[in-house]
Design a protein around this ligand. Structure first.
Ligand code: DX5
Ligand code: ZN
Length: 238
Protein backbone atom coordinates (compact mmCIF):
# COMPACT_ATOMS: atom_id res chain seq x y z
CA UNK A 1 0.00 0.00 0.00
CA UNK A 2 1.22 3.50 -0.84
CA UNK A 3 0.19 6.10 1.77
CA UNK A 4 0.78 9.10 -0.52
CA UNK A 5 1.33 8.30 -4.20
CA UNK A 6 2.81 11.77 -4.79
CA UNK A 7 5.69 11.09 -2.39
CA UNK A 8 7.13 8.21 -4.42
CA UNK A 9 7.49 7.90 -8.16
CA UNK A 10 6.80 4.33 -9.19
CA UNK A 11 4.08 2.91 -11.46
CA UNK A 12 0.92 2.38 -9.40
CA UNK A 13 -1.83 -0.23 -9.82
CA UNK A 14 -5.12 1.37 -8.79
CA UNK A 15 -8.23 -0.84 -8.58
CA UNK A 16 -11.52 0.88 -9.39
CA UNK A 17 -14.28 -0.39 -7.11
CA UNK A 18 -16.87 0.22 -9.84
CA UNK A 19 -16.39 -3.44 -10.79
CA UNK A 20 -16.28 -4.71 -7.18
CA UNK A 21 -19.05 -6.61 -5.42
CA UNK A 22 -20.72 -3.88 -3.35
CA UNK A 23 -22.40 -6.43 -1.10
CA UNK A 24 -18.93 -7.29 0.26
CA UNK A 25 -17.10 -4.01 -0.22
CA UNK A 26 -14.84 -4.23 2.84
CA UNK A 27 -13.76 -7.76 1.92
CA UNK A 28 -13.17 -6.67 -1.69
CA UNK A 29 -11.01 -3.72 -0.58
CA UNK A 30 -8.98 -5.83 1.83
CA UNK A 31 -8.46 -8.48 -0.80
CA UNK A 32 -6.99 -6.15 -3.43
CA UNK A 33 -4.96 -4.10 -0.96
CA UNK A 34 -3.64 -7.30 0.62
CA UNK A 35 -2.72 -8.55 -2.85
CA UNK A 36 -0.43 -5.59 -3.56
CA UNK A 37 -2.63 -2.86 -5.05
CA UNK A 38 -1.22 0.62 -4.40
CA UNK A 39 -4.37 2.62 -3.67
CA UNK A 40 -8.08 2.83 -4.59
CA UNK A 41 -9.95 4.64 -7.39
CA UNK A 42 -13.52 5.84 -6.72
CA UNK A 43 -15.81 6.54 -9.70
CA UNK A 44 -18.46 9.08 -8.72
CA UNK A 45 -21.17 9.39 -11.44
CA UNK A 46 -24.22 11.63 -11.34
CA UNK A 47 -26.35 10.25 -14.20
CA UNK A 48 -25.96 13.64 -15.85
CA UNK A 49 -22.37 14.13 -16.97
CA UNK A 50 -22.37 10.40 -17.84
CA UNK A 51 -25.34 8.10 -18.54
CA UNK A 52 -24.85 6.07 -15.36
CA UNK A 53 -25.18 6.56 -11.59
CA UNK A 54 -22.60 4.92 -9.34
CA UNK A 55 -22.15 6.25 -5.80
CA UNK A 56 -21.24 9.35 -3.86
CA UNK A 57 -20.04 10.48 -0.43
CA UNK A 58 -22.08 7.91 1.53
CA UNK A 59 -20.19 5.04 -0.06
CA UNK A 60 -16.87 6.91 0.15
CA UNK A 61 -17.43 7.16 3.92
CA UNK A 62 -17.90 3.38 4.05
CA UNK A 63 -14.76 2.82 1.96
CA UNK A 64 -12.81 5.19 4.25
CA UNK A 65 -13.91 3.19 7.29
CA UNK A 66 -12.87 -0.08 5.61
CA UNK A 67 -9.34 0.67 4.40
CA UNK A 68 -6.43 2.98 5.24
CA UNK A 69 -5.59 3.15 1.49
CA UNK A 70 -5.18 6.49 -0.29
CA UNK A 71 -8.52 7.30 -1.97
CA UNK A 72 -8.49 8.79 -5.47
CA UNK A 73 -11.91 10.16 -6.48
CA UNK A 74 -12.84 10.56 -10.15
CA UNK A 75 -15.83 12.88 -10.41
CA UNK A 76 -17.86 12.21 -13.56
CA UNK A 77 -20.37 14.86 -12.56
CA UNK A 78 -21.73 18.00 -14.17
CA UNK A 79 -21.03 20.14 -11.09
CA UNK A 80 -17.69 19.12 -9.56
CA UNK A 81 -17.50 22.08 -7.17
CA UNK A 82 -20.75 20.96 -5.55
CA UNK A 83 -19.55 17.39 -4.94
CA UNK A 84 -15.85 17.94 -4.19
CA UNK A 85 -16.34 19.05 -0.59
CA UNK A 86 -18.66 16.20 0.50
CA UNK A 87 -16.31 13.71 -1.17
CA UNK A 88 -13.26 15.12 0.67
CA UNK A 89 -15.18 15.19 3.94
CA UNK A 90 -16.06 11.54 3.34
CA UNK A 91 -12.37 10.67 2.96
CA UNK A 92 -11.29 11.22 -0.66
CA UNK A 93 -7.69 12.46 -0.83
CA UNK A 94 -7.60 13.46 -4.48
CA UNK A 95 -10.40 14.97 -6.51
CA UNK A 96 -10.27 14.73 -10.29
CA UNK A 97 -12.89 16.59 -12.30
CA UNK A 98 -13.61 16.69 -16.04
CA UNK A 99 -12.46 19.61 -18.15
CA UNK A 100 -15.68 19.24 -20.21
CA UNK A 101 -17.79 19.95 -17.10
CA UNK A 102 -16.48 23.40 -16.19
CA UNK A 103 -16.22 26.84 -17.75
CA UNK A 104 -13.22 28.05 -15.79
CA UNK A 105 -10.92 25.13 -14.93
CA UNK A 106 -8.30 27.24 -13.15
CA UNK A 107 -10.76 28.70 -10.66
CA UNK A 108 -12.31 25.24 -10.18
CA UNK A 109 -8.86 23.82 -9.37
CA UNK A 110 -8.19 26.63 -6.87
CA UNK A 111 -11.55 26.14 -5.16
CA UNK A 112 -11.03 22.39 -4.82
CA UNK A 113 -7.42 22.83 -3.64
CA UNK A 114 -8.72 24.85 -0.69
CA UNK A 115 -10.28 21.63 0.59
CA UNK A 116 -6.76 20.34 1.30
CA UNK A 117 -6.76 17.53 -1.26
CA UNK A 118 -4.76 16.78 -4.40
CA UNK A 119 -6.49 17.96 -7.57
CA UNK A 120 -6.63 16.38 -10.99
CA UNK A 121 -8.15 17.19 -14.32
CA UNK A 122 -9.53 14.57 -16.70
CA UNK A 123 -10.40 14.59 -20.37
CA UNK A 124 -12.67 12.41 -22.48
CA UNK A 125 -11.38 10.59 -25.57
CA UNK A 126 -13.07 13.13 -27.88
CA UNK A 127 -11.58 16.19 -26.14
CA UNK A 128 -8.39 17.59 -27.66
CA UNK A 129 -5.42 17.32 -25.32
CA UNK A 130 -4.84 21.05 -25.72
CA UNK A 131 -8.09 21.73 -23.79
CA UNK A 132 -6.29 21.00 -20.52
CA UNK A 133 -3.11 22.96 -21.23
CA UNK A 134 -4.27 26.22 -19.61
CA UNK A 135 -4.97 24.27 -16.40
CA UNK A 136 -1.85 22.12 -16.39
CA UNK A 137 0.34 24.30 -14.20
CA UNK A 138 -2.06 24.11 -11.28
CA UNK A 139 -2.97 20.41 -11.15
CA UNK A 140 -1.35 17.55 -9.31
CA UNK A 141 -2.46 14.96 -11.83
CA UNK A 142 -3.99 14.45 -15.25
CA UNK A 143 -6.40 11.55 -15.82
CA UNK A 144 -6.60 10.50 -19.47
CA UNK A 145 -9.81 8.61 -20.25
CA UNK A 146 -9.02 5.75 -22.60
CA UNK A 147 -12.72 4.82 -22.93
CA UNK A 148 -15.85 6.95 -23.05
CA UNK A 149 -16.59 7.36 -19.31
CA UNK A 150 -19.65 5.83 -17.67
CA UNK A 151 -19.11 2.09 -17.56
CA UNK A 152 -16.45 -0.45 -16.69
CA UNK A 153 -15.39 -3.29 -18.96
CA UNK A 154 -14.94 -1.33 -22.20
CA UNK A 155 -12.11 -1.69 -24.71
CA UNK A 156 -9.05 0.57 -24.54
CA UNK A 157 -9.11 3.18 -27.35
CA UNK A 158 -5.66 2.87 -29.04
CA UNK A 159 -5.55 6.57 -30.00
CA UNK A 160 -5.20 7.30 -26.26
CA UNK A 161 -1.49 6.43 -26.43
CA UNK A 162 -0.61 9.41 -28.63
CA UNK A 163 -2.59 11.71 -26.30
CA UNK A 164 -0.76 10.30 -23.28
CA UNK A 165 2.62 10.94 -24.94
CA UNK A 166 1.60 14.48 -25.83
CA UNK A 167 0.45 15.31 -22.29
CA UNK A 168 3.38 13.53 -20.64
CA UNK A 169 5.82 15.92 -22.34
CA UNK A 170 4.14 18.86 -20.65
CA UNK A 171 4.07 17.54 -17.07
CA UNK A 172 6.50 18.39 -14.30
CA UNK A 173 8.11 15.56 -12.36
CA UNK A 174 5.93 16.28 -9.31
CA UNK A 175 2.77 15.78 -11.39
CA UNK A 176 1.30 12.37 -12.20
CA UNK A 177 -0.37 10.94 -15.31
CA UNK A 178 -3.21 8.46 -14.74
CA UNK A 179 -5.03 6.37 -17.35
CA UNK A 180 -8.53 4.99 -16.94
CA UNK A 181 -10.45 2.53 -19.08
CA UNK A 182 -9.64 -0.82 -20.64
CA UNK A 183 -6.36 -1.33 -18.80
CA UNK A 184 -5.48 -5.01 -18.68
CA UNK A 185 -2.56 -7.33 -19.44
CA UNK A 186 -2.75 -6.49 -23.16
CA UNK A 187 -2.70 -2.68 -22.77
CA UNK A 188 -0.88 -1.79 -19.54
CA UNK A 189 2.68 -2.00 -20.91
CA UNK A 190 1.84 0.21 -23.93
CA UNK A 191 0.33 2.77 -21.56
CA UNK A 192 3.43 2.58 -19.33
CA UNK A 193 5.71 3.06 -22.32
CA UNK A 194 3.68 6.09 -23.39
CA UNK A 195 4.26 7.71 -19.99
CA UNK A 196 1.47 6.71 -17.60
CA UNK A 197 2.26 6.55 -13.85
CA UNK A 198 -1.05 5.38 -12.39
CA UNK A 199 -3.08 2.58 -13.97
CA UNK A 200 -6.78 2.37 -13.06
CA UNK A 201 -7.96 -1.23 -13.36
CA UNK A 202 -11.62 -2.14 -12.88
CA UNK A 203 -12.66 -5.35 -14.59
CA UNK A 204 -9.08 -6.57 -15.09
CA UNK A 205 -8.87 -6.94 -11.28
CA UNK A 206 -12.38 -7.13 -9.79
CA UNK A 207 -13.71 -9.08 -12.78
CA UNK A 208 -11.20 -11.88 -12.11
CA UNK A 209 -11.73 -14.77 -9.72
CA UNK A 210 -8.17 -14.56 -8.40
CA UNK A 211 -7.53 -10.86 -7.78
CA UNK A 212 -4.07 -11.56 -6.35
CA UNK A 213 -3.02 -13.32 -9.54
CA UNK A 214 -4.54 -10.50 -11.63
CA UNK A 215 -2.51 -7.89 -9.73
CA UNK A 216 0.74 -9.89 -10.00
CA UNK A 217 0.19 -10.40 -13.73
CA UNK A 218 -0.41 -6.65 -14.24
CA UNK A 219 2.65 -5.88 -12.09
CA UNK A 220 4.75 -8.27 -14.18
CA UNK A 221 3.68 -6.42 -17.35
CA UNK A 222 4.80 -3.14 -15.74
CA UNK A 223 8.13 -4.61 -14.67
CA UNK A 224 8.73 -5.78 -18.24
CA UNK A 225 7.71 -2.37 -19.67
CA UNK A 226 9.98 0.59 -20.35
CA UNK A 227 8.34 2.73 -17.60
CA UNK A 228 10.81 5.11 -16.05
CA UNK A 229 10.68 7.98 -13.64
CA UNK A 230 10.70 11.26 -15.57
CA UNK A 231 12.20 13.21 -12.70
CA UNK A 232 15.28 14.17 -14.71
CA UNK A 233 13.52 15.05 -17.97
CA UNK A 234 13.00 18.64 -19.04
CA UNK A 235 9.45 19.98 -19.39
CA UNK A 236 8.48 21.20 -22.89
CA UNK A 237 7.59 24.89 -22.83
CA UNK A 238 4.88 26.15 -25.20
C1 DX5 B 1 -15.21 4.41 -16.38
C2 DX5 B 1 -14.55 4.60 -15.03
C3 DX5 B 1 -13.45 3.63 -14.81
C4 DX5 B 1 -13.85 2.18 -14.83
C5 DX5 B 1 -12.74 1.43 -15.48
O1 DX5 B 1 -16.05 5.47 -16.64
O2 DX5 B 1 -14.02 5.91 -14.90
O3 DX5 B 1 -12.68 3.95 -13.65
O4 DX5 B 1 -14.10 1.65 -13.56
O5 DX5 B 1 -13.13 0.14 -15.69
P1 DX5 B 1 -12.31 -0.86 -16.61
O6 DX5 B 1 -10.93 -0.95 -16.03
O7 DX5 B 1 -13.07 -2.13 -16.52
O8 DX5 B 1 -12.27 -0.29 -18.00
ZN1 ZN C 1 -12.51 6.33 -13.21
Amino acid sequence: MIADPFKVHTPMIVPSILSANFAFLERELNEVMGAGADFIHLDVMDGNFVPNISFGPVVITAVRASTPAYLDAHLMVADPVKYAEPCVRAGAQSITFHIEAVKDPVSTIRLIKKLGCHVGVSLNPATPASAIYPALDEVDLVLVMSVVPGFGGQKFIPGSLARIEEIRKRLRHDQRLEVDGGIDETTIADAANAGVDWFVCGSSIFGQLDRGQAISDLRACLTASRWKSRAQEPVVEE
